[in-house]
Design a binder for this molecule. Structure first.
Ligand SMILES: [Cu+2]
Length: 503
């Protein structure tokens, strides 16, 4: 047995969990029959060579059997809900045709991918209009990781994600492929996209459920499955967990307090594996874990809970004995020196409800709020000024980079925060210092990943620049976007209602 320490702590600020002005919606165990966990198919490349991969990603409408009775109207990528998992190989040039078959504009944001901004990155400056398609191209240059694709057409991001526009992305490389991890996709290596939904006669109704502090529902929806089970046929199982919820944090643990091992965070493999019995994950964060079912026998069932609500049941079948031990050191993580005399950037996330802001301002897509020179390594101090007793955790996300976490209120980061990350939960009253560097030029967004906070204005923009290669960017403006949405939705512009648009 490994003599690594087993952490039993969730590593979070107890008063901040669940806090929610408009009322927290606790999860409830579904009463519908258990269903096999949906495993997203792998998206087939149109073509792959030694150096290039070609894909077509289609945002489309559809219907999905989520509950007994009527199907639910949903949106997805290359399928009716969520998407087909997209694999990028590090070192290859990726060519993607982005096609919008939805009735309205959307964008394709590659969360966690280090690419040029703002167009390839796919934030609000890169709309693809209904019936149209566009091409992006980039060189995949980052370590193996679980990333994701989601819509980002501010201020309609939250509604698009709620309808289903969220998809797993896996980066593969030659380092990860040599580590003793399960990697047979769909068998012992599976994505676990954690979301929650409310149903109205089997349908989603985003406007009815709208809450400026984040839309929630009582029903766990895992990979687009209600009340799922998974058939375990191997001793070790790798779960690529993504908090794909609009607002919910998940406090995860297994029955019998079964120990599990986190091997990766947002941006890739951790330097050392971390053993846990309890794990909290905030919106947009990822955690890859390996669960060892060695002490169970066929017929047993192991349940994954969030708090005391079962979210996936693992049904144990016959499996071959597998006592693979993980090495104590997995990978080396880049840790560049901070550029001497560089500035320390300040990001203050304040407010709740409609009052959310960054550095005292609401988002303006035509305003650049901060800048960092390409090649520099700089500290960013991310603060959450919410009240410690009544405030919320704001998960801070930066586009265009994978950063290192330096400290939380001057203390060491949590044991599973020693790898590369693009999203970090910041507790009320806390300042998290991160170390940030970029490999691409562009205008990018940084924001709270409670998506309604982001849509409501807790978002800002920075430019990564190179003084030797000055660039100008054509940035989208709110009026153009709102005019387009109004036309697509068939309403007059002054009748258009997108929650978050006026905040
Ligand atoms: Cu927030």
């Amino acid at each position: 047995m490994s003599d690594r320490k087993v952490y039993t702590d969730y590593f979070f600020d107890e008063p901040a969990f669940n806090t929610h002005d408009g009322g927290y919606v606790p999860l409830k165990e579904p009463t519908t029959p258990q269903e096999a966990l949906r495993i997203p198919k792998l998206l087939k490349p149109n073509k792959e060579t030694d150096t290039d991969m070609y894909y077509t990603v289609i945002a489309q409408t559809g219907e999905t059997q989520l509950l007994p009775g009527a199907k639910t109207k949903t949106w997805g990528y290359n399928t009716s809900l969520l998407g087909q998992t997209i694999v990028f190989k590090n070192g290859k040039t990726i060519h993607i045709t982005l096609k919008n078959e939805l009735p309205e504009l959307t964008t394709f944001h590659w969360h966690g991918l280090n690419v040029d901004g703002p167009i390839t990155d796919g934030g609000c400056h890169a709309p693809v209009y209904p019936g149209k398609s566009t091409q992006i191209e980039f060189k995949c240059h980052q370590p193996a990781a679980t990333l994701w694709l989601h819509a980002h057409p501010c201020p309609a991001t939250a509604e698009h994600v709620w309808k289903g526009l969220a998809d797993g992305v896996i980066v593969k490389d030659d380092v990860e492929s040599k580590l003793p991890f399960p990697r047979n996709y769909g068998v012992d290596d599976i994505p676990l996209i954690l979301q929650d939904r409310a149903f109205h006669d089997n349908q989603f109704d985003y406007i009815a459920d709208y809450d400026p502090d984040g839309v929630q529902g009582p029903t766990p929806m895992i990979n687009g499955t209600i009340n799922p089970y998974f058939d375990v046929t191997t001793q070790r199982l790798r779960l690529r967990i993504l908090d794909g919820a609009n607002r919910r944090e998940w406090r995860l643990h297994f029955s019998d307090d079964l120990k599990f091992t986190q091997i990766a965070s947002d941006g890739g493999i951790l330097p050392e594996p971390v053993d846990f019995t309890h794990l909290m994950i905030t919106c947009a964060e990822r955690a890859e874990i390996i669960v060892d079912f060695g002490k169970y026998k066929p017929g047993d069932e192991v349940t994954l809970y969030s708090d005391d609500v079962p979210i996936v049941r693992f049904r144990i079948h016959e499996f071959a004995k597998d006592d693979t031990k993980l090495p104590d050191h997995l990978v080396d993580i880049p840790d560049p020196q901070v550029t001497p005399n560089s500035q320390v950037h300040k990001v203050v996330m304040s407010g709740m409800d409609e009052m959310v802001e960054i550095n005292g301002k609401k988002f303006d897509m035509q305003r650049i709020d901060d800048k960092q020179k390409l090649g520099n390594v700089e500290y960013w101090d991310i603060s959450n000024t919410n009240d410690r007793d009544t405030g919320m955790i704001h998960p801070y996300h930066m586009h265009g980079t994978q950063f290192r976490v330096v400290s939380r209120n001057g203390h060491d980061p949590y044991p599973n925060e020693r790898g590369l990350k693009d999203t970090i939960g910041v507790n009320p009253g806390e300042t998290v210092r991160i170390k940030v560097w970029f490999e691409h030029l562009g205008v990018y967004m940084y924001h709270c990943h409670i998506i309604e906070h982001e849509d409501g204005g807790m978002m800002a923009q920075f430019e990564v620049y190179d003084p030797d290669r000055p660039k100008t960017y054509k940035l989208m403006d709110m009026d153009t976007l709102m005019t387009a949405f109004a036309k697509e939705r068939g309403v007059k512009k002054d009748e258009l209602y997108i929650p978050g648009m006026d905040m």
